[in-house]
Design a protein around this ligand. Structure first.
Ligand code: PMP
Length: 470
């Protein structure tokens, strides 16, 4: 294929795949697999479809990385980017300088979050660096108001907050820490994943389970000393950890513990902001009141790298009032508030507001969630769970013990591969299959997804049962 070195084209060929991918060290790919696992090469996109080098068409069931909310080829976004590139391709927002487009967009972003207390933004290029920013804001806040001992951040196991050193430290996944020596950094603690189906005790109600997790959080705070805790960070619905919506009562109980000990709450809404749960913000869906929000992904519908920290009054005021203590606010990315990113973000926001895209998601959610929930009757499906346009199918060998299926290739990967053969892109985390379509999916798109998934499940059964012991 065009653009690849000759070594890249060696191997299986056909089906838009190559065995070795150029000079790029592929993210979240096992480098030792390069000889037996082909890479898919995509070249073109149209709405919710993408095409590989052989022209094969795929329905994108993951919106890129839960991010390409409006699909590819949106002329309004392309035009906004083009016009901005011609007018002013780049200027920064450092040293009291800014651009008209950065000002217009950030004020619109503040308006977007104002009903949840947002008064200010800090612009980044994606989710990880926005999370780094939020940790720095939390530390700055405590230093500013005279409680410099507050440094520890409490995160959760299985959380995904990105891969900068700060974000990977807060992420609660072994894959992200393994091989990196000092990760996670020592100022992070991880509490339990709120997954009732998996970790609830026999006879324990969802509410009791949530109360138990809140107690666990409180115990960690007390053990560490409340005056050492800066912030708690969490995704409203855990995403990359396997789409885990919180059990009933969870957010209420957690939030009251955070209030009791005056701990800042950072909501990592990189996946959930801008409509994925059927509300503007995921925090709105669960009625939680964070002090800081992290947003990215759908912010630009992934047409450009873009992220932000959304800052509420309490933190914004403390930073502003303490200017004499620390002088300049010593933080900023060259591409934070990039004019083209802002023009794209602004147009996305215009489109979302015009479409009321969150209402579309809310209307389509029952079709998506309830249709696929029926897969729980499959003998190897332990749980189908989700909220809005986020869904996971978890496979088990035995429903009662929830033991894992011991196939050589993990079950969700087998299914994801079959889906790909049938022209549907989804994601496997091993035993969990994740689906998170773009926010403009129509009924026809969902029907196509269901048909392709069903067909793929038929071949999945054949493959898996052949390998499983009787
Ligand atoms: N937080 C969450 C909840 C995410 O899902 C992601 C990305 N999947 C990130 C942070 C990191 O964002 P980025 O890859 O843009 O740095």
């Amino acid at each position: 294929p065009r653009g690849f070195s000759s070594s890249a084209t060696a191997g299986r060929g056909g089906q838009g795949v190559v065995n070795v991918l150029t000079s790029n060290l592929a993210p979240f790919t096992n480098p030792s697999e390069k000889d037996n696992r082909a890479a898919v090469v995509l070249t073109r996109g149209e709405g919710v479809y993408v095409y590989d080098t052989d022209g094969k068409k795929y329905l994108d069931g993951l919106a890129g990385l839960w991010s390409n909310a409006l699909g590819n080829g949106n002329e309004r976004i392309i035009e906004a980017a083009h016009a901005q590139l011609k007018r002013l391709a780049y200027q920064h927002t450092f040293w009291n300088r800014t651009t008209d487009i950065a000002e217009e967009y950030t004020s619109r972003l503040v308006d977007f979050g104002r009903h949840r207390g947002v008064v200010q933004t800090f612009m980044s290029c994606g989710g990880s660096d926005a999370n780094d920013t939020n940790v720095k804001l939390a530390w700055y806040y405590w230093n500013a108001i005279g409680q410099p001992s507050r440094k520890t951040v409490i995160a959760r196991k299985q959380a995904y907050h990105g891969v900068t050193i700060t974000a990977s430290s807060m992420s609660g996944m072994e894959t992200i820490h393994k091989g990196y020596g000092p990760l996670p950094l020592p100022w992070v603690r991880h509490v339990s994943t709120p997954h009732y189906w998996k970790y609830g005790l026999p006879g324990e109600s969802e509410e009791e389970y949530s109360a138990r997790l809140a107690k666990e959080l409180e115990a960690v705070i007390v053990r560490e000393g409340p005056d050492t805790i800066a912030a708690f960070i969490a995704e409203p619905v855990m995403g990359a950890g396997g789409v885990i919506p919180p059990p009933r009562g969870y957010w209420g109980s957690i939030q009251s513990i955070l209030r009791k000990y005056d701990i800042l709450f950072i909501a990592d809404e990189v996946v959930t902001a801008f409509g994925r749960l059927g509300e503007r913000l995921g925090s709105e869906f669960y009625d939680i009141q964070p002090d800081l929000y992290t947003v990215a992904k759908a912010m630009s519908s992934s047409y450009y790298p873009l992220g932000a920290a959304l800052i509420t009054e309490k933190v914004a005021d403390a930073i502003k009032n303490q200017a004499n203590k620390f002088g300049v606010f010593g933080h900023g990315y060259t591409y934070g508030g990039h004019p083209v990113a802002c023009a794209i973000g602004l147009e996305c926001l215009n489109i979302y507001e015009e479409m009321q895209i969150w209402d579309h998601v809310k209307r389509m959610t029952p079709t998506f969630q309830l249709t696929l929930k029926q897969l729980e009757t499959h003998p190897l499906v332990g749980e189908v769970r989700g909220e809005g346009f986020m869904l996971a199918i978890e496979f088990v060998a035995d429903k009662a013990s929830k033991s894992q299926i011991g196939t050589k290739v993990p079950p969700a990967t087998i299914l994801a591969n079959e889906c790909m053969k049938n022209g549907l892109l989804v994601r496997s985390t091993g035993h969990v299959l994740v689906i998170a379509p773009s926010l403009v999916y129509t009924m026809e798109n969902f029907q196509e997804m269901f048909t392709k998934l069903k067909k793929s499940l038929d071949s999945f059964d054949e493959i898996v049962y052949k390998e499983l012991p009787e």
